[in-house]
Design a protein around this ligand. Structure first.
Ligand code: C2E
Ligand code: MG
Ligand code: MG
Length: 749
C-alpha cells in the first residue's frame, strides 16, 4: 500500500476549510487507511448498515477511550434516535433515543438545533448539556463532539458523534475523523435511500395491476411490466426497441395521435381511451395515461404509459344501456328507443318512397285476466303475448310495450295498406288462438289501431296519436278487430276536446241539471224511489243526455267534480221533496269507477248527507259491474264505510259485465238492476227471457232485490212480473223528469 506523505484537502469530502498541514504523517496515514477501508466496503456493495457500523468501529479504534454514534432526525416527532452505535447495548441505546433538538439537548441536540458542528469538552459543566446532564453521569461521558450528517439536498438529517470518557478538546485529526465519518455516512445513507426507492419502484412496476410501458424520448420501448404482457400478450422481447405503433389497432387516424402527443408536449401528460391490438390480433379498449419524465436539466428523457383494459367496463356499460332502454318485463325496447327507431325509419322511408305502419295494440280484457290469475301470472302472460307478437314480425320491424297491456309496433318498408293489413291480420289471429297457461287454455284477443306514414303523419306524436284513436275505435266496435285511422276519427277527437272543455265551463256556470225517473214496486204498485239522471244544458247544443259526455268526463277525470255535485244535488232534492210533503223516497245515484279511484267517494257522500240531513238509508249508489274489478282493497274500504252508515248499493246494467256471485256477496250488494238489453227483447228472445228469470232467482237466493229498467210496455211488465221481479222502471211509467214534474207525478199518481 503506497503511503502519501501529505493529504490533499480536496480528496477528502468537506475538508476544504481545514488546514491539513498540522496533521502528522502517522495521522495522515491513519486517515487514508480509514477511507480506503470504507471505500472498499462500499465498492464491494456491502449493505449500508454494515458500512456505517464499520465506520463507527474504525473511528473508535482511532480514538481510544471513546465510542461513536450515528443519530437520525425523526422530522415528524422532532427527535433524534440512534441509527448505529456498535459499542452501546440496546438498553443504553433505548436511553438515548428521543433526544430533543434544543439549546440544552447535548452536543447532538445542538447540532440539529444550531445546524452546525458542536465540540463539548466538558459535558458536566457545559450549558449545552443542561437538559441531559444525567446521561453524562450515567454513561460517564466527559466530552462529546458531534457533527451534522447532510442529505443529498444538503439538509441536516442527523448527527455523527464521538463521545469520550475523558475531558478533551478535539485536535485537527479528531475533527477530520468526524468530517470523514459524517460525509461517508451521508453518502451511504443517501445511496441507500435511492436504492430503496428504486426497489420500491421495481415492486410497483412488477406488481402493478396496470400495464406499464417505458420508452425513451424517441418513443422507443425500453421496458414493459408483467401486467402489460398479460394484457397485450407481448413480452418485453417482442416489443423492446420498437415503438408503441406495434400496438396500434388502426381504429384511430393520424390526427388522433397528433393531438395526443401535442397534449403530452404541452401539458406533460395525456389521459384517455385508446383502442389497441393484442398480440393475438384482438382489438380492445384501454384507458391510458401517458406522462413525460424529465432529467435534471429539464429535458424529456422518457415517457411512461400506464393502461388498463376497459373492455369489461365497456360491456357493462353496454349492458346498462341495454337495460335502461328496454322494458324489464318483456325485454322489448322502451318508448325512447322505439321513437328513435321510428324516426330513423321515417327518414329512410322518405328517401325510398315507402310506407310505414304504426300499430297501437291493446289486449282485450287483460285486466280481467290479471285480476283473476294474479299479478305474477299476469306478468308471465304479458311476456308470452310479447313473444307471440314478436314472432309475427320481421327483423326490420320494431315493437315496444307502452305500459300495461298496450304495445306499439312499427312495420317498416310497407308497399301499401294491404301489406299492412296482412300483418295486422296475422297478429289478430295469433293473439286470439288460445294460450296454454298454468294447466289451462287461456283465450284473449286484442284491438289494433293503424296509422300509416306518410298519409296520417310524419312524426311519432301524430302517428301514435292517430293509431291510438283507431285502436279505441276498434275496441268500441266489438274488440278482436283492427281499424285504420280515418279523418272521421280525427273529427271525433275534435269533438272530444270540445266536450272536455265545455264540461269545465258547465261546472263553473251551473249548466247541469238532474232529472228523476220513478221506480215502482210491483208488490204495492207504489213509487218507492227515484233514479237521478244527469242532463247538461249546453249553451249552443241544447239539452244533452249523459251518453254525450259521461265517458269523456270519466276520461278527463272531471267526473269526480261532476259526481260530487250530482250526489249533493240529489240528496238536497230528496230532502226538499220530503219537506214539501212527499213520502220519503229512496234516491238512486249513478257513480263511476273513476270517482272511487281518483276521488274519495265515501268522504264526499258523508259530507253530502251531513249537509242535507238525508237519511243514509234512503240513498242508493248504482255501481257498474266493472267497478267491482277495480283495486279491490281500496274499493272495499270505501264501500264498507258507506255500508256502515246505512247507504244502499245496487249493481246497474247487471248481466253485461263480469260480476260473479262471489263479488256480489263480498261487496254486500242490496239490489240488482237488470240491464235494459235483456228487458227489451224479453217477449221475443227466449234466451233473454231465460236470463232474466235466472237473474231473479239467483238474486232472491242471495237475498237481493231485483229491479228491471227500460220497461216500455205492458207485455214486458207482465213478463217481468211472471219472472218474480220486485221493481220496475221505464217509459211505461215515466221518462226521467225535472224535479218539479217528478213531484207532480208523485202527487197525481
Ligand atoms: P243507467 O243508469 O242505466 O240509466 C238508465 C238509462 O235508461 C237512462 O238514460 C234512462 O233515461 C234510460 N231509460 C229509462 N227508461 C227507459 C226506457 O223505458 N227505455 C229506454 N230505451 N231507456 C230508458 P240516460 O238518462 O240517458 O242515462 C244514460 C246513462 O248515463 C245511465 O244509464 C248512467 O249510466 C249514466 N248516467 C246518468 N246520470 C249519471 C250520473 O249522474 N253519473 C254517472 N256516473 N253516470 C250517469
Ligand atoms: Mg243507473
Ligand atoms: Mg242501467
Amino acid at each position: 500500500m503506497s503511503v502519501q506523505p501529505t493529504i490533499s484537502a480536496s480528496s477528502v469530502p468537506h475538508l476544504n476549510h481545514l488546514d491539513s498541514g498540522q496533521l502528522s504523517i502517522e495521522e495522515q496515514n491513519q486517515l487514508l487507511k480509514l477511507q480506503r477501508a470504507i471505500l472498499e466496503s462500499v465498492a464491494r456493495g456491502a449493505d449500508h448498515m454494515e458500512v456505517i457500523n464499520q465506520i463507527c468501529r474504525l473511528e473508535e479504534s482511532l480514538l481510544s477511550n471513546a465510542f461513536s454514534s450515528v443519530m437520525l432526525l425523526d422530522e415528524h416527532n422532532q427527535q433524534l434516535n440512534v441509527y448505529a452505535a456498535p459499542s452501546l447495548s440496546p438498553e443504553q441505546i433505548g436511553k438515548i433515543n428521543g433526544l430533543r433538538p434544543s439549546p440544552g439537548g447535548g452536543s447532538c441536540g445542538n447540532v440539529i438545533y444550531q445546524q452546525k458542528v458542536q465540540y463539548v469538552s466538558n459535558t458536566l459543566t457545559d450549558e449545552r448539556w443542561e437538559d441531559i446532564r444525567h446521561l453524562a453521569h450515567e454513561f460517564d461521558v466527559k466530552a462529546c463532539w458531534s457533527i451534522p450528517i447532510f442529505s443529498a439536498e444538503n439538509k441536516v438529517i442527523g448527527t455523527f458523534a464521538l463521545s469520550s470518557f475523558e475531558h478533551r478538546e478535539p485536535s485537527l485529526f479528531h475533527r477530520m475523523l468526524l468530517e470523514i465519518g459524517s460525509s461517508i455516512i451521508g453518502i451511504v445513507l443517501n445511496r441507500n435511500k435511492y436504492q430503496e426507492s428504486l426497489r420500491q419502484f421495481e415492486k410497483v412496476f412488477e406488481g402493478s395491476e396496470q400495464g406499464i410501458m417505458v420508452t425513451d424520448a424517441r418513443h422507443v420501448i425500453l421496458s414493459v411490466n408483467p401486467a402489460f404482457t398479460k394484457m397485450l400478450g407481448f413480452t418485453l422481447d417482442d416489443v423492446k426497441g420498437k415503438t408503441p405503433k406495434v400496438l396500434s389497432s388502426g381504429l384511430h387516424d393520424a390526427g388522433f395521435y397528433r393531438n395526443l402527443w401535442e397534449s403530452v408536449d404541452h401539458f406533460g401528460h395525456w389521459r384517455g381511451e385508446i383502442w389497441n391490438r393484442r398480440k393475438n390480433g384482438e382489438v380492445f379498449p384501454e384507458w391510458i395515461s401517458i406522462s413525460e419524465v424529465k432529467n435534471a436539466s429539464g429535458e424529456v428523457s422518457h415517457y411512461v404509459g400506464t393502461f388498463s383494459d376497459i373492455s369489461d367496463l365497456k360491456s357493462a356499460q353496454k349492458e346498462i344501456q341495454y337495460l335502461s332502454s328496454h322494458d324489464a318485463l318483456t325485454g322489448l325496447p322502451d318508448i325512447t328507443l322505439f321513437r328513435d327507431r321510428l324516426e330513423n325509419a321515417i327518414s329512410i322511408a322518405a328517401a325510398a318512397n315507402h310506407n310505414i305502419g304504426l300499430l297501437a295494440l291493446n289486449l282485450d280484457n287483460f285486466k280481467f285476466l290479471n285480476d283473476s290469475l294474479g299479478y305474477a301470472s299476469g306478468d308471465k302472460l304479458l311476456r308470452l303475448f310479447a313473444e307471440r307478437l314478436k314472432a309475427c314480425l320481421r327483423e326490420t320491424d320494431s315493437i315496444c310495450r307502452h305500459g300495461g297491456d298496450e304495445f306499439i309496433i312499427l312495420l317498416n318498408n310497407m308497399q301499401d295498406d294491404d301489406s299492412i293489413s296482412y300483418i295486422v291480420d296475422t297478429l289478430l289471429n295469433e293473439i286470439s288462438s288460445p294460450f296454454a297457461f298454468a294447466g289451462s287454455n287461456i283465450s284473449t284477443s286484442c284491438s289494433i289501431g293503424v296509422a300509416v306514414y306518410p298519409t296520417d303523419g310524419n312524426d311519432f306524436e301524430k302517428l301514435f296519436g292517430r293509431a291510438r284513436k283507431a285502436m279505441s275505435q276498434a275496441k268500441e266496435e266489438g274488440r278482436n278487430t283492427a281499424r285504420f285511422f280515418t279523418e272521421k276519427l280525427n273529427t271525433d277527437s275534435l269533438h272530444y276536446l270540445n266536450i272536455a272543455y265545455g264540461l269545465r265551463e258547465a261546472l263553473a256556470h251551473h249548466q247541469f241539471e238532474l232529472h228523476y225517473q220513478p221506480q215502482i214496486s210491483l208488490n204495492s204498485a207504489q213509487v218507492i224511489g227515484a233514479e237521478a239522471l244527469i242532463r247538461w244544458h249546453h249553451p249552443q247544443n241544447g239539452l244533452q243526455p249523459p251518453a254525450q259526455f259521461i265517458s269523456i268526463a270519466e276520461q278527463t277525470g272531471l267526473i269526480v267534480e261532476i259526481g260530487e255535485w250530482v250526489i249533493e244535488e240529489a240528496c238536497r232534492q230528496a230532502m226538499e221533496w220530503q219537506k214539501n210533503g212527499l213520502p220519503a223516497l229512496s234516491m238512486a245515484v249513478n257513480v263511476s269507477a273513476v270517482q272511487f279511484r281518483r276521488g274519495n267517494l265515501a268522504k264526499v257522500i258523508i259530507k253530502a248527507l251531513e249537509k242535507t240531513g238525508l237519511n243514509p238509508q234512503l240513498l242508493e249508489l248504482e255501481l257498474t259491474e266493472s267497478i267491482l274489478l277495480e283495486d279491490i282493497d281500496h274499493l272495499l274500504a270505501q264501500l264498507d264505510t258507506l255500508k256502515k252508515l246505512g247507504v244502499k248499493l245496487a249493481i246497474d246494467d247487471f248481466g253485461t259485465g263480469y260480476s260473479s256471485l262471489a263479488y256480489l256477496k263480498k261487496f254486500n250488494i242490496d239490489r240488482l238492476k237488470i240491464d235494459q238489453s235483456f228487458v227489451r227483447d224479453i217477449n221475443t228472445d227466449p234466451n233473454d227471457a231465460a236470463i232474466v228469470r235466472a237473474i231473479v232467482q239467483m238474486a232472491h237466493t242471495l237475498n237481493l232485490d231485483v229491479i228491471a229498467e227500460g220497461v216500455e210496455d205492458e207485455a214486458m211488465l207482465k213478463h217481468l212480473r211472471d219472472c218474480g221481479c220486485d221493481e220496475v222502471q221505464g217509459y211505461l211509467f215515466s221518462r226521467p223528469l225535472p224535479a218539479a214534474d217528478f213531484a207532480r207525478f208523485i202527487q197525481t199518481s
